[in-house]
Design a protein around this ligand. Structure first.
Ligand SMILES: Cc1ncc(COP(=O)(O)O)c(C=O)c1O
Length: 420
């Protein structure tokens, strides 16, 4: 296998610091500064950079690309609405079509509101819960975006990064179990407005744990928000709540909904959602219909093609293949597993340690994948899409096998050097 050259990308990366603040859009890109892929085009499960290097993509834009890049049915729907314009100062009828689809798919959805990003949706959900309950504190578990109220609870020290302390002081981590939540309620003795959790981060991923959390929250008068920005449409059409058979009060959705077009939603029980009109959550682009047209086409395709089943199959093929590669190369530490389901596979030298990725062999493996044509993220779960077919996964595994050979040699050599 031949290593890629990143000449054009490196040139852009050097120039970028003159024009772009910090040189990047803040999405933790490039994955590796020495291989700064500047994306030029993409189709299906593959992308090409400005040096015309071809990559099989296992990050899928950190989740949104659920059908595949430049997916015809979705882009046709977007182009059709572009011709008649998609942004105005009034509502568009296509909002109703998408709202109906979401109510049909997502168990807790009786009413719907559209926003643009996941962070906006989680903020709106928190604000709505405060409006409904008249209380302020929130218990949380998982990643919910970059707003002050979520960042403080992630442990940003006083003053760091401009994060406003007071906004987050009433947001508390609870550890993701019913027992953890009960303990937090007892310890803090405050009345909580809501419990928000991300099902990709909350373990154990069982109906008992999730129902337990809902029961404890409700006993204490708090609403339950499932942040399904990542898990929506990937874990099941109706998200983790459908797979687990549990029903939260509110849910936030985004990534898988519009195959990459920027859209999020807050959905939930009618009695609570009707209070949205009392909370200030309107935005200039809230009526934008391009991404809504894309979402209607995406959700119809997800349903008609049984996309989630496909994602589980190809994701499991990747997981099994990676574990076999580790076995064949006599590498005991790295593991591949569903996180929490096969459509979101994780491969890591740090099993069950979240996004930790500092193991030198882990860094070596993922950086070399990029050099040989696999866009595989070291610090995040992987995502597969409907355009990954078995042969694409097998090609990913060929690259991983080759790279694992290199990693094993490098890693074993460095271990011998450390011991001598
Ligand atoms: C569960 C969850 N909630 C919220 C967000 C924030 O979404 P955005 O990056 O669109 O603001 C993310 C993003 O990764 C997420 O995974």
């Amino acid at each position: 296998m031949k290593a890629y050259s990143f000449r054009q990308s490196k040139k852009l990366w050097r120039e970028a610091s003159e024009w772009i603040a910090g040189g990047t859009q803040g999405t933790r890109q490039p994955l590796y500064p020495e291989y700064p892929t500047y994306f030029a085009r993409a189709k299906g499960c593959r992308m090409w950079d400005v040096d015309d290097n071809e990559f099989i993509d296992l990050l899928c834009s950190i989740g949104p690309i659920i059908l595949g890049y430049a997916y015809k049915r979705v882009d046709d729907a977007a182009v059709a609405i572009i011709r008649d314009s998609f942004q105005s100062s009034s509502n568009h009828p296509i909002q109703l079509e998408l709202a109906r689809l979401l109510v049909e798919m997502v168990p807790c959805a009786e009413r719907v509101r559209f926003l643009k990003t996941g962070t906006e949706a989680t903020l709106a959900a928190a604000r709505l819960a405060r409006c409904v309950t008249g209380r302020v504190p929130i218990a949380r578990h998982g990643y919910h975006g970059w707003a002050d109220i979520w960042k403080h609870a992630e442990g940003f020290p006083e003053g760091q990064g401009g994060v406003h302390q007071a906004a987050g002081e009433v947001v508390h981590q609870f550890g993701g179990t019913a027992e953890g939540l009960e303990q937090l309620f007892k310890k803090s003795r405050q009345k909580f407005a809501a419990v928000i959790l991300c099902p990709a981060d909350t373990r154990p991923f069982t109906p008992e744990n999730y129902q337990g959390i809902i029961d404890v929250a409700h006993q204490h008068g708090a609403l339950v928000i499932f942040d399904e920005v990542k898990t929506g449409f990937r874990v099941a059409l109706g998200g983790a709540q459908e797979l687990l058979g549990v029903t939260p009060d509110l849910t936030t959705l985004s990534k898988g909904m519009a195959n990459g077009y920027p859209l999020s939603a807050i959905v939930g029980k009618a009695a609570y959602m009707e209070r949205m009109s009392e909370t200030p959550t309107a935005g200039t682009f809230s009526v934008e219909a391009l991404s809504i047209a894309a979402a209607v086409a995406t959700l119809k395709e997800l349903k008609e093609k049984r996309v989630v089943d496909h994602l589980f199959k190809v994701g499991q093929r990747l997981i099994d293949g990676l574990n076999s590669i580790c076995l064949n190369h006599d590498m005991e530490e790295p593991k591949a597993y569903p996180a929490p389901v096969p459509s979101m596979p994780r491969f890591t030298w740090h099993p069950n340690e979240g996004n930790r990725c500092d193991h030198p062999a882990h860094q070596h493996f993922f950086s070399q994948c990029l050099r040989y044509g696999l866009f595989f993220c070291p610090w995040h779960v992987a995502f597969v899409n409907y355009s990954h077919k078995n042969r694409d996964i097998d090609e990913c595994l060929e690259i991983c096998d080759f790279v694992m050979g290199k990693t094993r040699r490098t890693w074993k050599r460095s271990r011998v050097q450390r011991m001598s």
